[in-house]
Design a protein around this ligand. Structure first.
Ligand code: CP
Length: 312
């Protein structure tokens, strides 16, 4: 794959290949081999127009472990603040002979837009665009599930929280269904679910106790207040009473349930600290896996043919 912009349209085989490649990198880094030379001589640009802790730093670590040079563009102090357009920013960086853009942007479609305009040797990786997609997050999430459960068949997965504004949820739903889980549930108040949500291949629930019954995996999401505009915003207290994950509620799930969260977590709003820090939480493992998964995607983007088209 040349670009990695969305999970949509990717085959099960490709998702498995990404996870298998990530598995080999996870093994390498676990053996304290800090670097492999796969991206030696390449320059990766982290272009983050929205804030990030996990995605930006794990992309940077992944690139450095592949021996690439990394440029982190500080948007706040860049010429963007003087009115330079996204395309002009990209064209100027391209003139510096870079090889890969890792892009996060508040506008859905921003990474696709850049991918359509860069030179043929440049790869674009989507690190989150608006409400649309966060494909490497979905890949590290399914990688975490595979490591914990060893399979996808037969699994019931509940994604709980602000589905409406979540690019993570959209990408996860696509990945989980492509990999053949038994059932993907979305659990949220009606106001935080997209219209016709069933069309995404999920079963909607509005009651957390019902939604958690017999699930193998729970993925909690935060309220994306920055994307809500004038839409209904529940009070944090009210939200926790109805949709916060507690020990008591988690008893409805299977005994070997794992609890995930893409981060950042908001303790006491969508998740109780006893769960976030408890034995069933794999939240920090997800962060660690982000490095191996991003190494996999970056190395595959730089070393294989263009088997994924950029939609016009
Ligand atoms: N999961 C995720 O995208 O986290 P960051 O916003 O910290 O990158």
């Amino acid at each position: 794959l040349r670009h990695f912009l969305t999970i949509e349209g990717l085959s099960r085989e490709l998702l498995v290949r990404i996870m298998d490649t990530a598995e080999s990198f996870a093994g390498v880094t676990a053996q304290n081999v800090k670097k492999v030379p796969l991206l030696r001589g390449k320059t990766v640009v982290n272009l983050f127009f929205e804030n990030s802790t996990r995605t930006r730093t794990t992309f940077e670590l992944a690139a450095k472990r592949l021996s690439a040079d990394v440029l982190n563009i500080n948007i706040a102090t860049s010429a963007t603040s003087k009115g330079e357009s996204l395309l002009d920013t990209v064209r100027n960086l391209e003139a510096m002979h870079v090889d890969m853009f890792v892009v996060r942007h508040a506008q859905s479609g921003a990474a696709h837009f850049i991918a359509r305009h860069v030179a043929p040797h440049i790869s674009v990786l989507n690190a989150g665009d608006g409400r649309h997609a966060h494909p490497t997050q979905a890949m590290l999430d399914v990688f975490t599930i595979r490591r914990a459960k060893g399979r996808f068949a037969g699994l019931k997965v509940a994604i709980v929280g602000d589905i409406l504004h979540s690019r993570v949820a959209r990408s996860e739903i696509l990945a989980l269904n492509t990999l053949g889980v038994d059932e993907v549930r979305v659990v949220a108040p009606k106001t935080l679910l997209p219209a016709h949500v069933e069309a995404l291949g999920v079963v909607p629930y509005h009651d957390l106790n019902e939604g958690l019954r017999d699930v193998d995996v729970v993925i909690m999401l935060r309220l994306q207040l920055e994307r809500m505009g004038t839409a209904f915003i529940p009070s944090e207290h009210e939200y926790f009473q109805r949709f916060g994950l507690t020990e008591k509620r988690l008893e409805k799930a299977r005994p070997d349930v794992i609890v995930m969260h893409p981060g950042p977590i908001n303790r006491g709003i969508e998740i109780d600290s006893a769960i976030a820090d408890g034995p069933r939480s794999v939240i920090l493992q997800q962060v660690t896996h982000g490095i191996a998964v991003r190494m996999a995607v970056m190395s595959m983007a730089m070393h294989s043919g263009p088997d994924m088209e950029v939609p016009a």
